[in-house]
Design a protein around this ligand. Structure first.
Ligand SMILES: Cc1ncc(COP(=O)(O)O)c(C=O)c1O
Length: 404
């Protein structure tokens, strides 16, 4: 087997010698072929064949799984191989990287080619992909909570948890058991909570996907998608199809991705803790009749859910995104412009905190909704920034009474 494929310990059954933070820094060392400490940036799309004619093997005689060197970057390249090695270790399966999260979801649908896709509430961009796939193949789309008898062997259940844009959690084990009882396959979009927050494989996911543009990239400067499977045959199928679909990650992005994942665990744990503190503070304030209660209607976050499986599933911490429903649309629209530390922008997962009046990018959500993506800043600074913005809103009669 090619040296570019790491055997993740979760697949071989051999526990890794090191903990996850260590693997994020060292899992790609077997790919070092120069003595640089920081991985070099490789930009080549094509790679020299061996000079020795006796080492040249015609493609028809070489199973691609046995290739020991890079040939053309649509097949493999040094930086994507490194990123895949690290992510395979961290995400506990065989990881393949794509040019974006939607490209990864498209690749999964092409590979599985289900007659039915069961899923309701998931990222609107992935709904766009599903609609294209339905138009091309006739794939029927049915609700996530359809009667279980409606699921057929080979169908795909697509579960996003925690869910965009509210950061609320869905029970992976419940949906895995339902899908498997009917021979269906469960994809979990775990973008909002990468390990160490949750590992969907522990609860029965067949394929885990991530928009790598979020926590994996982590600095709002990389577009990427990831599919992870524990089935080596499926991994090769996806790999071969990616070669022809062409949705590979660029060399420079993959290099940035490697740089970013070194700190994935540090960032995500801090972001999770910050978000959980902020969501807890806000929900505690709402009923107190103070400034928060004057403008905020409700807060949504997995940390505020009471079902007992939530903490078990998210044993490393809750996702760093949560939603706030404001009392009126005008309050929701105005809050971002009073904030100093939060950028008003879409997306999530970067080191910097973002807030989005969600109606700007999502046509399906209420116009009173704000989505907050919490960064690695000091949480009390973020709290104080929110508080001063709520105070401005609460004392501005024209906004409070809904006059533009
Ligand atoms: C949950 C989720 N899945 C998938 C995607 C798509 O990822 P990308 O923007 O990298 O294509 C996003 C993007 O916001 C997302 O939030």
């Amino acid at each position: 087997m090619s040296k570019f494929i790491l055997q993740p310990s979760a697949v071989t059954g051999e526990p890794s010698k090191y903990s996850t933070e260590t693997n994020l820094v060292h899992a790609d060392e077997f790919l070092n072929d120069v003595n640089d400490v920081a991985p070099p940036i490789h930009v080549s799309t094509t790679f020299r064949y061996p000079r020795d004619p006796s080492k040249l093997i015609a493609a028809k005689d070489l199973p691609i799984e046995d290739a020991e060197s890079h040939v053309y970057s649509r097949l493999s390249s040094p930086s994507t191989a490194r990123l895949e090695a690290i992510l395979s270790s961290h995400l506990n399966g065989y990881a393949l990287v794509y040019s974006s999260g939607v490209a990864a979801f498209h690749a999964a649908l092409v590979h599985l080619n289900p007659r039915q896709l069961s899923g309701s509430l998931f990222y609107h961009g992935c709904h766009g992909v599903a609609d294209i796939h339905s138009r091309l193949t006739g794939m029927k789309q049915i609700p996530l909570d359809c009667p279980v008898e409606d699921l057929q062997p080979g169908d795909v259940v697509h579960l996003e948890t925690p869910l965009n844009p509210l950061g609320t959690a869905f029970d992976i084990k419940y949906y895995a058991d339902r899908a498997h009882s009917r021979g269906a396959i469960l994809i979990v979009d775990s973008t909002f909570a990468p390990p160490p927050l949750q590992d969907p494989f522990e609860f029965g996911a067949d394929i885990v996907m991530h928009s790598g543009s979020k926590y994996i990239g982590g600095h709002s400067d990389v577009l990427a998608g990831v599919l992870v499977t524990r089935d080596l045959k499926r991994r090769w199928g996806l790999w071969e199809e990616r070669l022809y679909l062409g949705g590979v990650m660029g060399n420079l992005e993959a290099w940035l991705g490697v740089r970013s994942v070194r700190t994935l665990e540090l960032r995500v744990l801090r972001q999770s803790e910050n978000a959980t503190r902020l969501a807890g503070w806000l929900s505690g304030e709402i009923g107190k009749g103070g400034v928060v209660g004057k403008v905020v209607e409700s807060v949504k976050h997995a940390s505020l859910q009471e079902e007992e499986w939530v903490a078990r599933q998210m044993k490393g911490g809750f996702g760093p995104v949560f939603g706030i429903e404001m009392k009126t649309e005008l309050l929701a629209k105005t809050l971002p412009s009073h904030l100093e530390l939060f950028a008003h922008a879409t997306s999530l997962g970067g080191v910097e905190s973002l807030i989005e009046w969600r109606a700007m990018s999502d046509t399906t959500c209420p116009t009173t909704l704000l989505r907050l993506s919490i960064g690695v800043e000091n949480w009390e600074d973020l709290k104080n920034d929110l508080l001063q913005a709520f105070e401005k809103l609460a004392t501005d009669q024209s906004v409070l009474n809904g006059k533009d």
